[in-house]
Design a protein around this ligand. Sequence first.
Ligand code: GLN
Length: 305
Amino acid sequence: MFNLLENLVYKNKDYGKEGKLASYIPALLKADPNDLGVAIVKLDGTEYFAGECDKTFTIQSISKVVGLILAIDDNGKEVVFDKVNVEPTDAGFNSIVNLEVKDTKRPYNPMINAGAILTTSLIKGETEEEKVGKLITFMKKATNNPNISINEEVYVSEKLTGDRNRALAYFMKSNGILNGNIEEILDLYFRQCSIEANAKDLARLGAVLANDGIIPWSGEKLIEKDTCRIVKTIMTTCGMYDASGKFAVRIGVPSKSGVGGGILSSVPKRMGIGVYGPALDEQGNSIAGIKLLQDLSKELDLSIF
Ligand code: GLN
């Protein structure tokens, strides 16, 4: 398995040259577009990896998965999906257009920015610090990494330039969909996007999801089985934004990307996969990462379909 992963990193590394780093969050331009790494964690706890799998990056939209899990945990699925829909969209991850045209004005799904700002607003806690603490504690457990923390530089960079997200949030407020202190909600959203992890951490989180919420290496239950099912379904239909259909046909594994270059994948009952490759395609997904996953899915027959 180590050999296979080494070969796939070597084979797909150059695709990074065809992509671009996310520049709308200036701090993300510090990444090396030629990096590529992959890690696999099987449900017996064995780990395999190759390439840049120890390098940390901000998880960005992959945090939408964590926000959704905590929102369901705190409120129940009925409350959450009363406010955010579960339908894929062909508009980009930060698009505002659907918030106006649909009668219900609900964001299409929790894997795009509007939907995630909404689910993040549903995480319960007395203070913002308490809510951040819940996100970090969850991530530490799910990744078996006590060092998980927020990248302050990326957080500040995104907060300074996050006007599109501000627009989405205030638009939802004006529609009566998003309630509460909007600046605080946005701050929490920017902070969750700036959580740092590496490909191995993502693979462990993917393994927890693949194992129906039971942490493979400790046996502890972290997520309700039904929540895992819902989250993996939404990852499949919406996790790669407006490239989710193509991704499902080509790779067929519940996955979630982020503009930091990470991809979290979870093969039900089999393994978690974490990929890092910061050069992105037009949809904002890791360009080399997708190519690598395509090969890996074929080699190991991973498609769930
Ligand atoms: N923090 C990013 C944003 O809100 C996350 C987007 C992404 O990873 N696609 O724009």
